[in-house]
Design a protein around this ligand. Structure first.
Ligand SMILES: O=C(O)[C@@H](CO)OP(=O)(O)O
Ligand SMILES: [Mg+2]
Length: 420
């Protein structure tokens, strides 16, 4: 990405995401004729410090509100800013958009507009090389990730009574990416069977996981262990482990965590997780506590950080400055990485660099509202972070990411697994 270039065409249009909400598709052309397109994802359980996704009119973003203002900004102000101008690299373009926006949260032009342009440009700049190759930071060895399949949905992603948002299966011990995908698909299929046999509904949540009416997280964990075993795998890090994203900000109200009718303090909640980790093969917990509960996070890291991956999502929002503060305060030991949470490719790579330097692991993530765009598959490989969550192996927009990784695996034969 070191050769200078000039964008000659830039445009956006409104398309639908996987939840049926409007989002942007951005197209870019460069002076040497390279073109590319990117689709912008959108979250439902968002952190309050995320870069601002511009929606038209009503602040109730999920009432089918459009993105025409953001589309207009790409077609108007951003196109005017970038086209015909010579740039040295993507970082320069991203900075130009950040400066033009002028707000700390990309609220004026819209993080959805800016990140779409940034992703489309990164892809155009890769030219004939695979995107993962051109995104790879110096000194980092590309790697195929352990896929994290969200096979059971609750919280803001499903209409059931389950407070925890995501129960993921993670084939940590698989010998290859292909085998990991097979394991994910097999356990998912077996889980469907178990739910049916128990008389539960097998309707799907927003991310393709099942959304049965099971209210206690421990009951779900029991079921997952059964599904893993029945599918012929060993539950745990040597086979198929479990990762949780309770998305605790969503059930934290008036200073207490509300889980399955109980009202729990931070310390109760930590105790509950410690028991889960002891009794079930849970290897990773994302957003175990709420985004504002930094003291609780510190205590949880103290208590569990040695043995369990503790991932910050809502609390970190892929923000390099917030992650830096977390490192200083010994909060969590891992960060979830979402491009649209910070709003540009350059800042996403910067957040991952902060993590690498601090010894924090990283898990690249989709959003609950997705498009078929596979950018995150390449980003995961490029940064060698070893973990991706793109959820259930059963919906086109999720499967697209896994299929892109299978393609990369077949073409490049890279190492697989968690960072050594
Ligand atoms: O909480 C999360 O990690 C994400 C993705 O699974 O959900 P959303 O995109 O709704 O924020
Ligand atoms: Mg999350």
């Amino acid at each position: 990405m070191s050769t200078a270039f000039t964008p000659t065409g830039l445009s956006a249009l409104e398309v639908l995401d996987s939840r049926g909400n409007p989002t942007l598709q951005v197209s870019v052309t460069l002076d040497d004729g390279r073109t590319s397109v990117a689709g912008v994802p959108s979250g439902a359980s968002t952190g309050s410090r995320e870069a601002v996704e511009l929606r038209d009119g009503d602040p109730d973003r999920y009432a089918g509100k459009g993105v025409l203002t953001a589309v207009g900004h790409v077609n108007g102000e951003i196109a005017e800013l970038l086209t015909g101008r010579r740039f040295e690299d993507l970082a320069q373009v991203d900075q130009a958009m950040i400066d033009a926006d002028g707000t700390p949260t990309k609220a004026r032009l819209g993080a959805n507009a800016i990140v779409g342009v940034s992703m489309a440009l990164a892809r155009a700049l890769s030219g004939d090389a695979p995107l993962w190759q051109s995104l790879a930071p110096a000194g980092v060895s590309p790697r195929l990730p352990v896929p994290h399949f969200n096979v059971l949905n609750g919280g803001a992603h499903a209409a059931n009574d389950l407070d925890f948002q995501e129960f993921m299966i993670a084939p940590v011990g698989a010998p290859s990416f292909t085998e990991a995908v097979r394991a994910g698909a097999a356990v998912y299929a077996r889980l469907r069977g178990l739910l049916r046999e128990a008389g539960h509904a097998t309707g799907l949540g927003d991310e393709g996981g099942f959304a049965p009416d099971i209210a206690a997280p421990e009951d779900v964990l029991r079921l997952l262990v059964q599904a893993i075993t029945d599918a012929g795998y060993t539950p745990g890090r040597e086979g198929v482990a479990i990762a949780l994203d309770p998305a605790a900000s969503e059930f934290y109200r008036d200073g207490a965590y509300r889980v399955n009718g109980e009202s729990l303090s931070s310390d109760d909640m930590i105790e509950r997780y410690a028991t889960m980790v002891r009794e079930f093969p849970v290897w990773s917990i994302e957003d175990g506590l709420a985004e504002g509960d930094w003291d609780g996070w510190q205590r949880m890291t103290d208590r569990m950080g040695e043995s369990t991956q503790l991932v910050g999502d809502d609390i970190f929002v892929t923000n390099p400055a917030i992650i830096t503060e977390a490192v200083e305060r010994r909060v969590a030991n891992s960060a979830l990485i979402k491009l649209n949470q910070i709003g540009s490719v350059t800042e996403t790579l910067a957040a991952m660099a902060v993590c690498r330097q601090a010894g924090y692991t990283q898990m690249v993530s989709h959003r609950s509202g997705e498009t078929p765009d596979t950018f995150i598959a390449d980003l995961t490989v490029a940064t060698g972070c070893g973990q991706l969550k793109s959820e259930a192996p059963a919906r086109g927009e999720r499967v697209a990411k896994y299929n892109r990784l299978l393609e990369i695996d077949a073409a490049a034969g890279l190492p697989f697994g968690l960072t050594p």
